[in-house]
Design a binder for this molecule. Structure first.
Ligand code: KG4
Ligand code: ZN
Length: 336
């Protein structure tokens, strides 16, 4: 059995995890800086890297303790190398390389996006290993990327469609900001949208009928901005009075959140299903922070069921940035 210690510092989460054979999560520790960056409405790179430096030894210790392991029980260390915030990445990479050298363990560099995709295999103790048939089409939707990736086996995958501009997660974050909601925008829009009416405003579904598998979300964000400007006084009142967050029923902000979310979800679901059909792929998976979205999970599940596709998505804790997925992808990379 191969036990890998994964380390993750690409953005604002410091993660360490121990994973056996690429799927069994023995520990998955995450120190989130989200609260810290909330007041700036986004991530401040210098703050993020300083916090990673402080948190790394703590999360690594905790991950080993939780797995009831010492370094002697670990076979390799895996670290996210790219893409991500350069300053945050370099802190994690320097730490992981030093650790590997001092403990005399191999270091495995992992691509953060491929790690997100590998998260689909993760399960916790007491669960069975998932049997997901290859090939599958993965809808990868994170803060910085939106792409469709065709995964043929553990070591082969290729991008078949991607966004021309904003990523889906980025559009959630920017729209949340327009609406005076906190950072990160995805979880709060997901929550508030439940109080709103998604049919209230007909936002565009960008490139939904394009012939390729690509996406574009910046026009949708502009459409939301125009809507907010049209009713400026109402929104400004809302932004100034955070108490209103608590009384969202029949509130225009909830309707905008729900209508915007529906436009993103419709686009992602339609394009993914069309791409799978056109490529002749029968299995669909999802990955990345936006795959935690409740409406996306619900709608993609329903449409996959209706169209006869098999669908797999990770548990929510493995959709968001974490180190278990880094260890899972490292295991894929060492397969013969
Ligand atoms: O994959 P991730 O944790 O980090 C990156 O690699 O970027 O994705 C973060 C993104 C953020 O844009 C965040 O707003 C979005 O995922 N997100 C969500 C939800 N939870 C996180 N978007 C929609 N609905 C959610 N529930
Ligand atoms: Zn990520």
């Amino acid at each position: 059995m191969t036990k890998i210690l994964g380390i993750e510092t690409t953005c604002d989460e410091t993660g360490a995890a121990v994973v056996e054979d690429g799927w069994l999560v023995l520990s998955n520790i995450i120190a989130s800086q989200a609260k810290l960056h909330e007041k700036y409405g986004g991530i401040v790179p210098e703050v993020a890297s300083r916090k990673h430096l402080e948190a790394l030894p703590v999360v690594v210790d905790e991950a080993l303790q939780k797995a009831n392991f010492k370094f002697e029980n670990i076979d390799a260390i895996a670290v996210s190398k790219e893409p991500g915030l350069p300053t945050a990445l370099s802190v994690g990479y320097a730490y992981a390389s030093g650790l590997a050298l001092s403990k005399n363990l191999p270091l495995i560099d992992v691509n953060h996006l491929e790690a997100h995709i590998a998260a689909i295999w993760l399960s916790c103790e007491g669960e069975k290993k998932k049997e997901i048939p290859y090939p599958y089409l993965c809808l990868l939707v994170s803060g910085g990327h939106t792409q469709l990736q065709l995964v043929t086996n553990e070591r082969t995958q290729k991008i078949v469609g991607k966004t021309y501009d904003d990523a889906a997660g980025e559009s959630f974050d920017k729209v949340a900001r327009l609406l005076g909601l906190s950072y990160p925008g995805g979880p709060i829009i997901d929550k508030i949208a439940k109080e709103g009416d998604e049919h209230q405003i007909k936002f565009p579904r960008p490139m939904i009928r394009s012939e390729n598998f690509d996406f574009s979300f910046s026009g949708l964000k502009t459409a939301v901005r125009r809507e907010v400007e049209k009713h400026k006084e109402e929104y400004d009142g809302y932004k100034d009075n955070k108490e209103l967050h608590k009384e969202l029923s029949n509130n225009r902000v909830a309707d905008v959140a729900a209508s915007f979310q529906e436009a993103v979800v419709d686009t992602l679901v339609t394009k993914t299903i069309n791409a799978a059909a056109e490529l002749g792929i029968e299995v669909i998976t999802m990955a990345g922070g936006v795959s935690a979205n409740s409406r996306l999970r619900e709608k993609l599940a329903r449409e996959c069921h209706e169209a006869g596709f098999e669908l797999y998505y990770p548990e929510i804790e493995f959709c968001l940035d974490n180190a278990a997925m880094v260890a899972a992808q490292a295991f894929n990379q060492i397969q013969p």
